[in-house]
Design a protein around this ligand. Structure first.
Ligand SMILES: [Zn+2]
Ligand SMILES: [Zn+2]
Length: 265
C-alpha cells in the first residue's frame, strides 16, 4: 500500500512538473547539487528543492522550490557560469547586487590573451567589443580603463583583467557544461574572464556575453531584473544596441562612483 501511494506521488510529480533532465541537473550542480552526494539518488532528490529555491532566487522568480515550466525554460537558456554567492541584505527584488570587491586603481588594465580558435570572431572584433564597453562605462562612472601595455611604467606588470577563450575543461573550479557560455571572477579573485571556445558566436551575442562578464570582473553580481545585462541568462536587449539598463549602470556607479554630467552640456 505504502509503495503504491509513493508511486502515485512520484507519478504526480513527474506529470505536473518538468523532469529534471541532465541539463537541469547540470544547472543545479552550479549551486553544489551534485557535489553533495552524487552516489545517493535519495539525497539528491531530498535536497533538490533547496537548490531549485536558490536558482529561482537568483533568476528573480517566485522561490517555490518546484521545477515549473518557467524555471526549467530559463535554466535551459544560454547563461553565465557565475553563481551568486553573496546576497544583498535588502529585501527589495529585481535589483542589482554587488560582489563585495572592486578595483582600487585607475586605469584598470585588461588584456585579451588569445584568439577565438574557431576564427568566427576576428581579433579586431573582440578588441572592439571590449573597447566599446570600457568607453561606455567611462561615460557614466569615474572608472578608467586601458589595454595592458607591459612597456608602460604606469601599468602593473600583469594585466588586471585577463580575457581568454578556453576549452570546456580548463584550469577552473567550474568547467563549462550545458548552456554556460562564459564565466568570470570578481576583482578579489583575480577578475579574469573565460569565454567558452568552439561556440557559434555572432558579434551580437558576443557583446551581450562579454559585456556581462566584464561587469562581473569589475565586481558586479547578478541582477534579478530580467531586462538587465546582469541577468543570469543572456538575452537580446529590448532596444537594439542598448545593453545597459539603469539597473546595470547604478551597479557600476555604486562601485566606481558616478560621473557628474554637466547639465549645460
Ligand atoms: Zn553572470
Ligand atoms: Zn574558467
Amino acid at each position: 500500500m505504502k509503495v503504491a501511494v509513493l508511486f502515485c506521488a512520484l507519478l504526480h510529480t513527474v506529470i505536473s512538473a518538468p523532469v529534471p533532465d541532465a541539463e537541469i541537473l547540470t544547472y543545479l550542480s552550479e549551486y553544489g547539487l551534485l557535489a553533495e552526494n552524487p552516489s545517493s539518488p535519495r539525497n539528491l532528490q531530498s535536497n533538490m528543492e533547496s537548490y531549485i529555491v536558490a536558482a529561482q532566487q537568483e533568476l528573480g522568480l517566485n522561490a517555490t522550490g518546484i521545477l515549473d515550466e518557467e524555471t526549467a525554460e530559463l535554466m535551459r537558456q544560454p547563461h553565465c557560469g557565475v553563481t551568486r554567492t553573496w546576497r544583498s541584505e535588502s529585501p527589495r527584488r529585481r535589483r542589482f547586487a554587488l560582489g563585495n570587491s572592486r578595483w582600487r586603481r585607475a586605469p584598470v588594465t585588461y588584456k585579451i590573451s588569445n584568439s577565438d580558435p574557431t576564427g568566427q570572431l576576428h581579433d579586431t572584433q573582440v578588441a572592439d567589443s571590449f573597447r566599446r564597453v570600457t568607453t561606455l562605462i567611462s561615460t557614466f562612472t569615474l572608472a578608467a580603463f586601458a589595454v595592458h601595455d607591459p612597456n608602460s611604467a604606469l601599468h602593473p606588470e600583469v594585466a588586471d583583467i585577463v580575457i581568454s577563450f578556453v576549452p570546456d575543461a580548463h584550469d577552473c573550479v567550474s568547467h563549462f557544461n550545458g548552456s554556460v557560455l562564459a564565466h568570470a571572477t570578481y576583482p578579489w579573485a583575480g577578475g579574469d574572464i573565460h569565454i567558452r571556445q568552439n561556440r557559434n558566436w555572432t558579434a551580437f551575442i558576443f557583446d551581450a556575453v562579454v559585456w556581462h562578464e566584464f561587469l562581473h570582473a569589475l565586481g558586479v553580481d547578478h541582477s534579478e531584473f530580467k531586462n538587465a545585462l546582469m541577468y543570469k541568462t543572456y538575452h537580446a536587449p529590448e532596444q537594439a544596441g542598448i545593453f545597459f539598463t539603469p539597473d546595470d549602470m547604478e551597479a557600476v556607479q555604486a562601485l566606481y562612483g558616478r560621473k557628474k554630467i554637466d547639465a549645460d552640456g
